[in-house]
Design a protein around this ligand. Structure first.
Ligand code: FMN
Length: 218
């Protein structure tokens, strides 16, 4: 499904900066910040997904960042999906430590996450694929490095041929489709304030799975 905005081009990546809702009393420290993460994020069944910046550790030791869609979330963590042949997948195989930023600029909110990424079972990843838009399903199938070398006209022709051969609703996840769940060890909630300074609450998980909170300047 395309979400056409008369003022702009059609949205094909289906990302959103929709904000869920905040806790009633932002100064109140929570026993479980995963509940606040769930409140800030849009619902899992919303086709429009939040965009996040995902940083992995490069083979050369440099941080390596890119945007990905946040696929879903639950009490265990958040998931994202990608192609097993990508650099991020190679990096994650070597080192699962990641850093993530989700920013809602219009709402003056930012969530940063440090955690560990682990692959999700294939059937879980396949279910997320089925919920992706037609465009993103085709992209997952057609996003090979071989195709990337071809001139645009040829890439478009191959895309059209593949789409014609695979009607909407019939595509399952390609073999290289892979999902990761990030289990947060640190969650930082940043809030802007029209009437005062911005403020952060940072939660860190300990070995017993309990969370400690500290309040930080913006
Ligand atoms: C709005 C937007 C959404 C994107 N969503 C994803 C995604 O969900 N999964 C993904 O693998 N790449 C996504 N990408 C592409 C990545 O940013 C990146 O170019 C690609 O995954 C290759 O990254 P790597 O070589 O660092 O592994 C998205 C890009 C943009 C701009």
């Amino acid at each position: 499904m395309h979400h056409d905005d008369p003022a702009g081009p059609p949205v094909i990546i289906t990302s959103t900066n929709r904000f869920g809702h905040d806790q009633a009393h932002p100064d109140e420290v929570l026993a479980d910040p995963m509940e606040l993460l769930a409140a800030w994020l849009p619902a899992n069944d919303d086709e429009l997904r939040p965009l996040m910046t995902l940083t992995t550790i490069g083979a050369d030791g440099y941080p390596d960042s890119r945007s990905v869609l946040l696929s879903d979330h639950d009490e265990r963590g958040i998931t994202f999906h990608t192609d097993a042949r990508t650099r991020k997948a190679r990096e994650l195989a070597a080192d699962g430590r990641v850093s993530i930023v989700v920013a809602w600029v219009e709402h003056a909110r930012q969530l940063t996450i440090a955690g560990d990424a682990e692959q999700v079972p294939a059937e879980e990843a396949a279910a997320v694929f089925r919920a992706r838009s037609r465009y993103l399903q085709l992209l997952a199938w057609m996003n090979s490095s071989e195709l990337a070398q071809l001139p645009r006209a040829e890439r478009v022709a191959r895309w059209e041929a593949f789409a014609a051969a695979h009607p909407e609703g019939e595509l399952d996840a390609p073999p290289h489709w892979v999902g990761y769940r990030v289990r947060p060890r640190r969650l930082t909630f940043w809030r802007g304030d029209l009437e005062g300074p911005s403020n952060r609450v940072e939660y860190t998980r300990d070995a017993d799975d309990d969370w400690t909170a500290v309040r930080l300047p913006g």
